[in-house]
Design a protein around this ligand. Structure first.
Ligand SMILES: Nc1nc2c(c(=O)[nH]1)N[C@H]1C(S)=C(S)[C@@H](COP(=O)(O)O)O[C@H]1N2
Ligand SMILES: [Mo]
Length: 240
């Protein structure tokens, strides 16, 4: 697998991290499916990496959005490690739990009754492709406002129906451009893109954008399992 020229934002980040002497473990790796680094190495790097990246990338700053005319429907490639789970949206329940005051289950009707946010953003996969895509859905910060994370909550875990899992830092999860999306390019989200509900945000790489999310769990700590690809050597923060 030959990685193509990375987008400029990534180059800039890589450059900054190299200048700071802290080039992230994940940046040394190839595309999905070429995990090379041991867990021990990434454990040493991650906390430091996270602090530095937070400072350099400021997750609260808005990522660029694009005009609808820039949407390239064919450019968004399907990337699924374990097929396409079929989920009935009529009976689907999103569980939101963990370090929160009000754990709850939300149906698609509950989620669709909440404010709809749409954004045209750039999806970037480490395998060397990117696509301008429009996502529509609920801000994760609005879901957080319902369940009320405890003051010591610092991470958010996402469990998917295909056994994929991810973890995010809380500031990135609460970023205004981090959505639980149920629409793609103005239409209902197709099954292969994660229906009925997926993560979508322009601030992190493609592998952080979990599809078929069934459970969102706020935690006080980052656990041994950090993410499907992260546990195979990829960088955890994966900011753009
Ligand atoms: N549940 C789940 N989510 C996932 C993946 C996956 O295999 N399973 N692949 C990730 C990767 S590597 C990318 S680039 C994007 C691709 O999203 P798309 O298939 O909708 O283009 O989904 C991400 N989310
Ligand atoms: Mo990806």
């Amino acid at each position: 697998m030959q990685p193509t020229q990375p987008p400029r934002r990534i180059l800039t980040r890589r450059h900054l991290l190299q200048l700071s002497g802290l080039s992230g473990v994940g940046l040394l790796l190839g595309g999905c499916g070429a995990p090379l680094q041991s867990r021990q190495v990434s454990k040493v790097f991650e906390p430091l990496n996270q602090r530095v990246e937070k400072l350099l990338l400021r997750p609260d700053t808005p990522a660029p959005e694009y005009a609808a005319s820039a949407i390239a429907p064919e450019a968004l490639l399907i990337n699924s490690f374990n097929g396409t789970p079929q989920i009935d949206p009529a009976t689907f329940q999103l569980t939101v739990d963990g370090a929160v005051d009000l754990p709850m289950q939300l149906s698609m009707a509950d989620l669709q009754a909440m404010p709809l946010t749409t954004m045209v953003i750039r999806h970037v996969c480490v395998e060397g492709w990117a696509a301008i895509v429009q996502w529509g859905g609920v801000r994760l910060q609005d879901i957080a406002a319902l369940v009320q994370p405890k003051p010591n909550a610092r991470y958010v875990y996402f469990q998917s129906a295909d056994e994929y899992y991810e973890s995010w830092d809380l500031p990135s999860a609460l970023h205004p451009q981090t959505l639980m999306a149920y629409q793609k390019n103005g239409a209902p989200l197709p099954a292969e893109n994660g229906a009925p509900l997926r993560l979508a945000a322009p601030i992190k790489l493609g592998y952080k954008q979990s599809k078929w999310v069934t459970r969102i769990t706020f935690t006080t700590d980052l656990m041994e399992q950090q993410g499907y690809w992260e546990d195979r050597g990829y960088e955890w923060f994966a900011g753009l």
